[in-house]
Write a protein that binds this ligand. Sequence first.
Ligand code: 5AD
Ligand code: SF4
Length: 472
Amino acid sequence: MQELLIDKQHDEKRQGEAYAPFQSDANTYKRHFYIESYGCQMNFSDSEIVASILYDQGYGATRNFEEADLILLNTCSIREKAEQTVRKRLSEFKKLKKAKPAMLVGVLGCMAERLKAKFLEEEKLVDIVVGPDAYRTLPDLIAEAGGGQKAVNVLLSREETYADIAPVRLNSNGITAFVSIMRGCNNMCSFCVVPFTRGRERSRDAASILHECQELFDAGYKEVTLLGQNVDSYYYISDSEPKPVTFANLLEMVALISPDLRVRFSTSHPKDITDDVLHTMAKHENICKYIHLPLQSGSTRVLQLMNRNYTREWYMAKVDRIREIMPDCGISSDIIAGFCTETEDEHKDTVSLMEYAGYDMSYMFFYSERPGTLAQRRYQDDIPEDVKKRRLQEIVETQNRLSLQSNKKDIGKTVRVLIEANSRRSEEAWMGRNSQNKVVIFPKESFDLKPGDYVNVRIADCSQATLFGSIV
Ligand code: 5AD
Ligand code: SF4
């Protein structure tokens, strides 16, 4: 059974992706770091900040962990399975470390924050533990660990946004990039460990965001995805400008960099997304018509237990509003099956709401109790695993049907595609995405095109996950 689908925010298919810039640094640097990232896009984006800090210290990146002096795992705590994967990986590195005692192993990210110094005892042979707000101290921690001390910094901050650090783009296709616009989360959804591992919400200086996006565009990038746990609550007041910057303002400022720079964002919260944001999206062709709007559950009672602060009806009205303002907007979702006390009828409410929204795609999970969360403290995780899995399966089947339906509607349409790379299946075909974030595959034919080019493609066929067409 497919336990989960792949998430932009918590993309577990990319789990453990080894990270290094395209150019090989093998001969330029004396010391090398190897970094693997797990979980959400924010973690992948953080790894690019960590890389920048390490480059400044004279470390080069390597894709081969065996030649590394420093191995880093940027970890995720969102579900138990994510943590198990990291532990397994650490035990593999242990063998290497026994043979190469001078090599340091560090754990970054949410698991580091959640387990703190306990990590050093639990996973012997881990040398460094660094939480998401403490990456600036990594050089000191490396020095401490190199001297045989325990090196831990898991202090959370109310201010840190790494605004001034220029990320080193790792594993980049040179066309699309993530730009972090805020950190932390104040929402306290009862199932979620993020507010505990990533701390309070804070917004990054708007000028530094614009500067980063402009630099990306100047370097040939054609798409930026603005990242935050809850982008709709972005709010920045600078010392020099009396007017605060809202998310709608920020979106517009980034969109105005160039009509050739596509703008995406993730994640929106149904309680917070405003008409202002929707109108801004509608106004600018280059703001992609795609919203990731996690539902979690279609039952008002369960939503209340989840502390989501909206009802079934509120969510439906948001979907109506999006479609009213942007009839062609793609919508995707996150859904949790089998949350505490969920009844069979409440599960059916989730399925019926999925159908109402007609999602193009969803990331689907069964509930995994996380230590320290509100739900763990307040409610019993009382839905048996086989029931959770069966409900999840029904949700996955519903989504598969909806995705195919949505793709079939595109047959015959001509869509604008940003070319990202060769198709994985054939060097003779391009892979790109349309505004709605759907993957489009089409033959190169004799046209002289390259990644980063926009092209109009007429859709002739589809699968549940992909559109197929030809250049017009
Ligand atoms: N169990 C299952 N899924 C979870 N998510 C967050 N916490 C949990 C949990 N404890 C899901 C939510 C969220 C997505 C990123 O991960 O659907 O939107
Ligand atoms: Fe977790 Fe909710 Fe914050 Fe998303 S909005 S990170 S689900 S607490």
